[in-house]
Write a protein that binds this ligand. Structure first.
Ligand SMILES: *Cc1c(COP(=O)(O)O)cnc(C)c1O
Length: 364
């Protein structure tokens, strides 16, 4: 059994994918070829947002909007410690300071009731993360941001297609960042990412920063990076976008199946009514996490932990001076979470084996 099986999906759409790749190779338009701008249009339409800018990774999708607002040393940005390092890494990379705020135990997203206490004169932005495909509770965050004049960048790397009160993830704040890492809900066959926004000036600057701060070749207005989305990856994503809604539907069916069968033995994911949850991971919580994961792995059932160590306890952030106990909810979740094999094409038979094994573990 695989934790995520990308091959099943490829086999289902092999002809479309192979011909899309071949078209790019034959056109030789590898750098910002037509598939990139077509994908930007299609994703803009899908998310109902004015601008979409294809970039090299989810990390660049987080970095570029922060570069565009001029984030620099002395500035502070508020985010969650219960996320992938990229969320906070980009803040530190620009010389600014990540300021962590603990999460809500139910959703494992940033606890908006704790944000205001973390705001100082130096705070410039908030980066809520839509963890596992469920949007953070954005209304209170937007209200705090408005009151304090803060930029809101949604880390929607795991939440492409999710909705908050009928708005697509990434369109609620000032800008949204997606990752197309192969295992994400909409994944390419390498690295890729996208930024969406309704702010024309911001979009324009991000598009320039993505190509060395330039619009006209060899005229550089800003210090930028090489952060372009590959044309081959864009062509693959255009094919996959056409199947995306179906995959989200399958994810939801498999997600509900797990929850129905497991809800009496472990803590299953909590789905908030304001959301369309796109079910990126299927993550249960139990105080016997380590024993359960070993038991499953011994039965050749792979599991994963997102994330075993919150960011405030990472060596790379030791200089921030946080210590164990500072964010008890994040620390508790890091001890309890266990993600089960999950992908749109997982079969009910495979899920039954996993469910049966979990039940056996708890009978002992
Ligand atoms: C995957 C991920 C990223 C980074 O995306 P890459 O494409 O790997 O650079 C950032 N934030 C979160 C929450 C992620 O899950």
């Amino acid at each position: 059994m695989n934790f995520i099986d990308l091959k099943v999906q490829y086999n289902q759409i092999k002809q479309e994918i192979d011909s899309a790749i071949k078209n790019v190779v034959e056109s030789t338009q590898f750098i910002l070829g037509p598939d990139v701008s077509e994908l930007e249009k299609e994703i803009g339409q899908y998310c109902k947002t004015k601008y979409a800018i294809g970039v090299a990774s989810g990390t660049d999708a987080l970095l570029l909007p922060l570069m565009a607002i001029g984030l620099t040393s002395g500035d502070e940005v508020i985010t969650t410690p219960f996320t992938f390092i990229a969320t906070a890494e980009v803040i530190a990379f620009l010389g600014a300071k990540p300021v962590f705020v603990d999460i809500d135990y139910d959703t494992m997203n940033i606890d908006s009731s704790k944000i205001e206490k973390a705001i100082t004169k130096k705070t410039k932005a908030i980066i809520p993360v839509h963890l596992y495909g469920q949007c953070a509770d954005m209304d209170p965050i937007l209200e705090i941001a408005k009151k304090n004049n803060l930029f809101v960048l949604e880390d929607a790397a795991q939440a492409f297609g999710a909705e908050y009160k009928n708005k697509k993830a990434g369109t609620i704040g000032n800008a949204g960042a997606f990752s197309f890492f192969p295992s994400k809900n909409l994944g390419c066959y390498g690295d890729g990412g996208m930024i969406i926004t309704n702010d024309e000036k911001l979009a324009d600057k991000i598009a320039m920063l993505r190509v060395h701060g330039s619009k006209k070749r060899y005229e550089h207005k800003y210090i930028g990076i090489n952060g372009r989305l590959d044309t081959i990856q864009a062509a693959i994503l255009r094919v996959k976008l056409r199947h995306f809604e179906n995959w989200i539907k399958l994810r939801k069916e498999k997600f509900d199946y797990y929850s129905e069968k497991l809800k009496d033995i472990v803590l299953v994911p909590e789905e908030k009514e304001y959301n369309k949850y796109v079910c990126h991971q299927y993550t249960i919580r139990t105080s016997k996490r380590d024993e359960l994961s070993k038991y499953l792995n011994d039965l050749s059932i792979p599991t994963a932990i997102y994330y075993p160590k919150p960011l405030h306890l990472q060596e790379a952030f030791a200089y921030l001076g946080y210590k164990n106990g500072d964010f008890p909810v994040s620390e508790r979740c890091a001890r309890e979470v266990l993600s089960l094999p999950f992908f749109p094409e997982i079969t009910y038979e495979q899920q039954d084996i996993i469910i049966k094994s979990i039940k056996e573990f708890f009978k002992k």
